[in-house]
Design a protein around this ligand. Sequence first.
Ligand SMILES: Cc1ncc(COP(=O)(O)O)c(C=O)c1O
Length: 394
Amino acid sequence: MKYFTRNYTYNKYDYDMSMSREELEHLLAEKKRRDLSYSRILSSMCTYPHEVAVYAHKLFIESNLGDSGLFQGTKEMEDEVIRTIGGLLGDENAYGYITTGGTESNIQAIRAVRNRKRKEGLRVSDMNIIVPETAHFSFDKIADILGIEVRKAGLDQQLRVNPDSVQEFMDDGTICLVGIAGTTEFGQVDPIRELAEIAKEKNVFLHVDAAFGGFVIPFLPDRARYEFDFSLEGVSSISIDPHKMGMSTIPAGCLLFREESYLEELAVPTPYLTTKEQYSLTGTRSGASAAATFAVLKYLGSEGMKSIVDECMRLTRFLVDGAREMGIEPVIEPVMNVVTLQLGDADRIASALRAKGWEVSTTRSPKSLRLVIMPHVTEDMLRRFMEDLSEVVN
Ligand SMILES: Cc1ncc(COP(=O)(O)O)c(C=O)c1O
């Protein structure tokens, strides 16, 4: 049982001493106490996974989708998740896989287009993509990893990307446009229909980053106002994250393409595995979080997901109303469960709130206090938060 004996010195750390199970549990409990509890977190786009997600995750803990022939039950669940999420996003015949999250999905979507365009003879150094100024920082990683230029288009008054600005940035090297359905900082939805029309007219790939909003918008009462998915002809691919509003376990993202040929652009041969090729970015891949995603979707169904979104939106309005009573206005009227409050000295207020035990964040431009009303947030939590907010602003 003891892998590391007292005589075994691996390096200067503690591996030279083994621990009893009891000591280990004690140590783990101590580390767990140092983690924050979500009951004080208003800055994260993650939350407690649903109880059925945890159950499924544990049941499939050893499953590796990187060698899916060995784990056929898990692979069947992944395939069903892809069909279900595809259906939720307007195309149940979409092609894709469960990624590690929004970053991998975004990287892989752009990599697929880059590979296609490279085959068609365009030099990578001549390629560019156009993203909104509000794009998640995963697009900065994309510029670095894929070696293509990332151009940032301007916004309108409501912090949505301005289609005219997108068009101004386009040239012969533009291989992809990106629209965001649920911006990280403001929860805003870009005019995806207009981007889809530009993409169609100019024959350019359009990727929609719905990492956050993908599990929110379809359940909003006014969802028809926010067209963003495959029901728009020009939309080529979508990122959507089960480990955010999908209440699955981490890591669970999802990348979908309308056309199978783009998924194939990502394939590399895998000679010694049970499958012939692999299109994921990582090799070994969590089957547990795929099972967790499958479990949540099956168990909650769209009614269950809708009631979670309904409650998050009720609390979002509760917070905005409370802030207005204090004379504080939101930067935009919330579209989804992200509230940004206009406060001249947002950084000072965020620090004062942190001193009172609240984890909050601030936006870059315009500067504001940012609060994400995830499923772990309760009315009681918001009441206590608002009491503290009113103390620190006065
Ligand atoms: C819109 C958007 N895209 C992508 C990401 C990156 O997702 P992940 O952190 O799961 O890689 C985020 C994360 O917050 C996001 O909000």
